[in-house]
Design a protein around this ligand. Structure first.
Ligand SMILES: [Ca+2]
Length: 201
C-alpha cells in the first residue's frame, strides 16, 4: 500500500452532559480550542492533525496533550464529519487522505479506545469492509478519504496515516448508588477530574 497521508483528526469532545449540568462542563462547551471545529451533535470539537503516524503513535500523541483519537459513535457525527470534509477550508486539503480514528479490533471486538473501551455499535464500513485484506491483520479503523465519503476501512495499524485527533474536553461520570450507598456525579474536563458535584438520592 502506498504510504497514505494520515491525518490525525483531533476531536475535542466538549461534553456528554447527560441531562446534568455543571459549571465547569458548561464552560467547556462554550468554546473549542483554536483550530478545532465544534460538532453540535456530540458536543465535541474535532481537528485534523497532519502528522503521519501509525495508530499507536497517533493515540500516544493525542494522549500526551490530553486528547484522544476521534470517536464517531453516532450517525449524526459521521454525517457531520463528511459535511465538514466537503465544506470547511481547513479540512478540504485532506479530502483524499486516509484518516485514523479511535476504533480498533481489541481481541476480536471492534471498540472505541479509551479508559473504558466501548463497543462500536454504529458503524460506517465501506462495502466489503472490514476484510483483513490478503490475510493481513487489519485491526485499526481508517476513514477512506479518496472518493470514499470517509467510509471506514480496516487498516494495518502500523500504517503511517494522518489522523483525526479527538480531544475530550468535558465528560460527566455518573456513579450509580447501590446497597444504600449514595451515588454522585463527577466531571472531567479534558481528562482531568475537577470536582464531585452532588449526591443522588
Ligand atoms: Ca481492509
Amino acid at each position: 500500500m502506498n504510504r497514505k497521508t494520515v491525518a490525525l483528526i483531533c476531536v475535542v469532545w466538549a461534553a456528554y452532559v447527560a441531562g446534568a449540568s455543571s459549571t465547569a462542563c458548561n464552560d467547556a462547551l462554550s468554546s473549542c480550542p483554536r483550530g478545532y471545529l465544534y460538532n453540535p451533535h456530540s458536543m465535541s470539537c474535532f481537528k485534523i492533525s497532519t502528522q503521519e503516524k501509525n495508530w499507536d503513535d497517533a493515540k500516544a500523541a493525542c494522549q500526551s496533550v490530553g486528547d484522544r483519537l476521534a470517536v464517531f459513535d453516532s450517525l449524526e457525527t459521521i454525517s457531520w464529519a463528511k459535511h465538514m470534509r466537503k465544506t470547511h477550508q481547513d479540512w478540504i486539503p485532506y479530502i483524499d487522505n486516509y484518516l485514523w480514528i479511535g476504533g480498533r479490533d481489541f481481541h476480536g471486538r471492534w471498540q472505541w479506545e479509551g479508559n473504558i473501551r466501548k463497543d462500536i455499535v454504529v458503524a460506517d464500513w465501506r462495502e466489503d469492509q472490514p476484510d483483513n485484506h490478503k490475510g493481513a491483520p487489519q485491526d485499526c479503523i481508517g476513514l477512506f478519504g479518496k472518493s470514499g465519503e470517509l467510509q471506514w476501512n480496516d487498516v494495518t495499524c502500523s500504517s503511517a496515516l494522518i489522523n483525526i485527533i479527538f480531544i475530550k474536553l468535558c465528560d460527566i461520570f455518573k456513579l450509580l448508588p447501590s446497597d444504600g450507598l449514595q451515588g454522585f456525579l463527577a466531571e472531567s474536563v479534558r481528562g482531568e477530574i475537577t470536582s464531585s458535584l452532588f449526591g443522588l438520592s
